[in-house]
Write a protein that binds this ligand. Sequence first.
Ligand SMILES: Cc1cc2nc3c(=O)[nH]c(=O)nc-3n(C[C@H](O)[C@H](O)[C@H](O)COP(=O)(O)OP(=O)(O)OC[C@H]3O[C@@H](n4cnc5c(N)ncnc54)[C@H](O)[C@@H]3O)c2cc1C
Length: 312
Amino acid sequence: MSIKRDKAQVLWREYFPDFDYYKPKTVNEALELLNKLKNDHAIVLAGATCLSRNFRARKFEVKHVIDLKGIPELRGIKYAEGEGLRIGPVTTFHEILKSEAIRKKYTALWEAAKQYGDFELKFRATIGGNIAKSSPQNDSSPPLLVHKATLTLASVEGVREVPINEFFTGVTENVLAPNEIITSINVPEPPENSRSGYIKFRRSAEDRAVVGVAALVSNPGDRSKRIIRLAYASIAKTPVYVKEAEEIFRKEGDINSLIDEAINAAYKYVDLPIGHGKRGQDLRASKEYRMHLVRVGTKAILKKLIEGVEVF
Ligand SMILES: Cc1cc2nc3c(=O)[nH]c(=O)nc-3n(C[C@H](O)[C@H](O)[C@H](O)COP(=O)(O)OP(=O)(O)OC[C@H]3O[C@@H](n4cnc5c(N)ncnc54)[C@H](O)[C@@H]3O)c2cc1C
């Protein structure tokens, strides 16, 4: 028995640095702790799917880990007709998949949860951790962008509301202050008669997106009421919302020509290398291949949402 324990201790030491572990029960308690320890290598933890790897790789020094999972007010999904959706940041992708409201009204997010990681990861990884990690490949970001979500960020100094389109600032960088956490993901009621969807191109079942495409479509046949929004994962240093697409789809003209115009607008955002790729290219795919996937993915998701035809 003692041999086993020794082995476990050796493994633990190999995986994790020494740190103090805190499990607050309220948001205020967590914020007080983070504010007190923010200059002494403190970090908040949710599902730990990213952090455990970073700990093992000793990517940064960590002395204090503040676990958010024991705070009930940060968990759960609430939907009210006409008001919209509120998701607690420590809600897992598995919990998102179980939500009928998300499946019906915010389908792009449901499809992103479905295509996120593998079975085991879905049970641990949280949507708040996904957003806070701020990787350009994040699956939750394009759906939240086309649904025009906002994030509630809280610190001991107070609370602020940030549109998700203004949250990401670079590869794994965002506007969070060192003493701030995400306390809520807020998604408005979708436009009338709208549908949304997400397509993820990846190399294997567990992989992050080579390119992810989300779209929201409302009244495609009626130009006066038509709304079409497009957002992408893994084409630039942050998740991308193609704001020009909104205007393009309000114009007169054949819808296929407008789709081509919107794809050309999306191309302008493609900006590699993403992350720490060598030879000027991200490891997953070249710029040319990503542009190809932007075209194929945009056409496929819009065909599905406009005509009901599944391409993939
Ligand atoms: C094998 C593997 C496969 C993966 N596949 C995918 C994939 O298919 N798609 C994808 O998008 N990602 C993928 N990821 C990345 C990762 O799983 C996700 O980003 C995940 O959602 C992170 O959530 P978490 O709860 O595990 O975060 P954690 O690892 O606990 O934390 C991640 C970061 O977010 C911060 N954080 C967490 N919660 C908050 C909060 N409420 N407020 C402020 N900061 C916070 C932490 O301090 C940390 O910096 C994969 C990772 C692995 C290891």
